[in-house]
Design a binder for this molecule. Structure first.
Ligand SMILES: Cc1ncc(COP(=O)(O)O)c(C=O)c1O
Length: 359
């Protein structure tokens, strides 16, 4: 229940596309076609009414490479990367990859009963953003599962623009919405924001094809895009043909029925997780994710000594993700991937419950 992919096979139309490519037999070099860029742009329009020019779409070998490239053009040893913690562990690697400082803006944590929620500490954000060259936003948020309200997005963007900080919005989880939650891309909010933003999207999480390594950076500003493309080319980050083929089918709309069912199933898993923990592990606190298939569980009020990740690995034979990899404030927590069958989820939770009971 750790790394962020699901246990479900990818939708049939994507598998058919891949079968066709294999059956063709010639597996030569493939460039991102204009038709593919048009497909990505059309999806943004269809989902959000966000008008993107196809030429603004740059294919990347995944979202982590996408934001690593951005850091190379936007950060310097004096102006580093701003992140909101706890956050996806790869965000913490940007500083090493690009050789730049990292500035943390930790969230404020709230507890109601056993339910956790997080919000932005604006004083810290405002202080840290002044030092940054780039703000790396995770929306929807991994591991907290929240979708930022538009008023927060606007305030973050305003502070970035005022301080000449590039916004890099990692929106990889944006189609994994639970219940009837809605999502708005940061860059959709205004043309001024779009000019200062690189948006990263991919079909990888949504359609469970992350091993194909294909994502997209949407960069409306021409000058910024040219600098970005130059760096992509300099690093020779070519996307594999299978990823490009699969992405076109994924974003074409052919898999949207599958996605609707998936979202319903994941929403059910989320409810199951929250109800199970509330009823059978009352000392454990957790978030109610609005998006993603990632739960965030807090064991700081239980009698577990040390890392709950180690505890459950050893005593329950359940592997989740160690909370500390998402930042210091994540210690004493785990991230739990519920992108699996309800049966397996129940089995894992039951083992965790027994292990806790046995302390
Ligand atoms: C927020 C976020 N960004 C990026 C990635 C990984 O993207 P990729 O595999 O395309 O580099 C993940 C995977 O878990 C993620 O959660």
């Amino acid at each position: 229940m750790w790394v962020a992919d699901m246990d479900f096979p990818a939708p049939k139309p994507i598998l058919n596309t891949l079968h066709q490519a294999v059956d063709h037999g010639v597996l030569g070099y493939e460039l991102p076609s204009m038709a593919l860029k048009q497909t990505v742009a059309a999806r943004m329009d269809k989902l959000y009414g966000w008008k993107v020019k196809p030429e603004a779409v740059v294919a990347v070998t995944g979202i982590v490479s996408g934001f690593s490239v951005a850091a190379r053009i936007a950060c310097t040893p004096k102006r580093g990367v701003l992140v909101q913690t706890p956050v996806y562990n790869e965000f913490h690697e940007v500083k090493n990859n690009a050789g730049v400082p990292q500035y943390d803006a930790p969230f404020v944590k709230h507890v109601h009963g056993n339910i956790l929620s997080y919000e932005i500490d604006w004083d810290i954000f405002e202080k840290q953003v002044r030092k940054a060259g780039m703000f790396l936003l995770c929306n929807p948020h991994n591991p907290l599962g929240m979708i930022f309200p538009q008023k927060d997005l606007l305030r973050m963007a305003e502070l970035c623009i005022r301080n000449n900080v590039l916004i890099v919005s990692d929106e990889i989880h944006s189609e994994l919405l639970l219940d009837d939650n809605k999502f708005t891309p940061m860059a959709k909010l205004s043309s001024e924001i779009a000019k200062h933003t690189i948006t990263l999207v991919a079909p990888s999480k949504t359609f469970n094809i992350p091993g194909l390594f294909c994502g997209f950076a949407i960069i409306p500003d021409k000058k910024l895009r040219e600098r970005y493309e130059k760096e992509v080319s300099h690093l020779r980050l070519h996307v594999g043909s299978m990823g490009l083929f699969a992405a076109r089918t994924a974003f074409s709309g052919a898999c949207d029925g599958w996605l609707k069912d998936l979202r319903r199933y994941l929403s059910g898993n989320r409810d199951f997780l929250v109800e199970y923990v509330t009823e059978f592990m009352p000392d454990v606190r957790l978030t109610i994710p609005q998006a993603t298939y990632l739960g965030w569980l807090d064991f700081t009020q239980t009698s577990i000594k040390g890392s709950p990740f180690e505890f459950f690995l050893k005593n329950a034979r359940v592997a989740a993700s160690e909370g500390g990899i998402f930042g210091k404030s994540g210690e004493g927590h785990i991230r739990l991937n519920f992108g699996t069958s309800r049966k397996l989820l129940g089995l894992g939770l039951n083992r965790m419950r027994q292990a806790l009971k046995a302390i």
